[in-house]
Write a protein that binds this ligand. Structure first.
Ligand SMILES: Cc1ncc(COP(=O)(O)O)c(C=O)c1O
Length: 419
């Protein structure tokens, strides 16, 4: 007798800022038979995925393909390939994931300059542009949607300034892609990283990226040395400008994701099926329509939270539409509430990190999890849980307020086709 039981994960309502529930169409795609990575049938799927990623990122870039690994792998691949030791890198920080960009840039040997905004707020783009002028970085790395604080940084004019001042702009759009429109070319972003397990509703395990010719020319300058390393007939010396990572060397990866199909790693076949289906679903829904759906459910959730008398955390003018942060009322223990939501209602919401640990809950409304059913269940369950723990919220108001918000949108004729 096998002591290990059959796998039977509980069916959860996942209302965190990722990972979130996966569309059944994506789950089905993952169960299809494996193809060899050089099988023309598979390389055709790779080509289609690249084509769809260009649409997702709203770009004409030649390079748009996934890195195998969680979203951090996409960030690390770009920074490792674009930063030479000694390069000056500017990182505006307004939450935890800004610190991640600092850490990775430092590991690449960069001279990192930071600017910080208190958590719960974002920068005026003009302040970032001013700092770029002052410090002359060769690369600026920043987060578009900060899941740690529920804030979204406007990017207006930053790409243009980077272009004028000779810096590359790398943007972490892990939390926003598929939930907020990302206009890579219009915003003049040189490189963008997306996440799968958030608004695309695909499991974690791949990181779609795109980068333009400016970024590519920087990494190709470094490639010369790597070529030497790959071909024993050429120099084998490790030059100080060489890309140090083999797995995350974009100069090699882009040859693999090109008609040359130069072997690099074994492709994660089932993950590629999943990503292809997740992006296909997103494009089918339409990018503006999908962004509107995320706003639609955010409005209802916020109406419900406020009707309970709870306060939102952060500056509302820069709220990230796909993550809602709530100040935990003093009379309850945030972790007890989260446990009851999970144990009794099967609903998962998130806590937070660093200075916000124990201060806020974070509720995600992302991708397949971003639905009327989930918003109404979460509000009802949160209200019941708070009452159970003696928090005096007005009974019955939250769900009614959310229903009212939904009804108002219906009157305006703006109900999304999905969910
Ligand atoms: C904004 C942001 N960037 C990067 C990451 C890192 O992604 P992963 O955990 O998939 O490596 C996350 C994960 O939550 C995130 O929210």
């Amino acid at each position: 007798m096998n002591k290990y039981r059959d796998l039977a994960p509980s069916l959860r309502t996942i209302m965190t800022p990722g990972p979130v529930e996966v569309d059944p169409r994506v789950l089905r795609a993952m169960s299809f038979p494996i193809l060899g990575q050089f099988d023309p049938e598979f390389t055709h799927l790779m080509n289609e995925t690249m084509e769809m990623l260009r649409q997702l990122f709203q770009t004409n870039n030649r390079r748009a393909y996934p890195i195998d690994g969680s979203s951090r792998s996409g960030i690390e691949a770009l920074l490792t390939s674009l930063i030479e030791p000694g390069d000056r890198v500017l990182v505006p920080i307004y939450g935890r994931f800004g610190h991640l960009l600092v850490e990775i840039s430092e590991r690449c040997g960069a001279e990192v300059i930071t600017m910080e905004r208190e958590w719960g707020a974002v920068f005026e783009p003009a302040d970032i542009i001013g700092r770029i002028r002052e410090t002359g970085p060769s690369l600026v790395a920043m987060v578009h949607g900060e899941t740690s604080t529920g804030c979204m940084q406007p990017l207006d004019g930053i790409g243009k300034a980077c272009r004028e001042l000779g810096a590359l702009l790398v943007v972490d759009a892990v939390a926003t892609v598929g939930g907020v429109e990302i206009k890579t070319d219009e915003w003049m972003l040189d490189a963008v990283i997306g996440g799968t397990q958030k608004c695309l509703s695909v499991p974690a395990g791949m990181a779609p990226i795109t980068y333009n010719d400016r970024a590519e020319s920087k990494l190709l300058k470094r490639k010369k040395i790597e070529r030497g390393l790959r071909d024993p007939a050429l120099s084998t010396a490790m030059d100080s400008t060489a890309i140090r990572s083999n797995y995350f060397d974009l100069s090699q990866l882009q040859d693999y994701w090109s008609p040359a199909r130069l072997n690099h790693h074994t492709e994660a076949t089932s993950m590629l099926y999943a990503l292809r289906e997740g992006v296909r679903l997103t494009l089918e829904e339409g990018l503006p329509e999908r962004a509107a759906r995320h706003k639609y459910h955010e409005r209802a959730l916020v109406a419900g939270i406020q009707a309970m008398g709870l306060s939102l955390y952060g500056d509302p003018s820069c709220k990230l539409p796909v993550v809602t942060c709530i100040l935990i009322p003093e009379e309850v223990d945030g972790e007890e509430v989260r446990s009851m939501l999970l144990d009794d209602f099967g609903i998962e919401i998130a806590s937070s990190f660093g200075p916000l640990k124990g201060q806020i809950w974070r509720i995600g409304t992302m991708g397949f999890s971003c639905s009327k059913k989930n918003v109404l269940h979460t509000l009802g369950a949160l209200e019941a849980t708070l009452l159970r723990y003696g928090c005096k919220v007005p009974a019955g108001e939250a769900v009614q307020a959310a229903l009212e918000a939904y009804a108002l949108t219906a009157v305006n004729g703006a109900v999304p086709a999905v969910n």
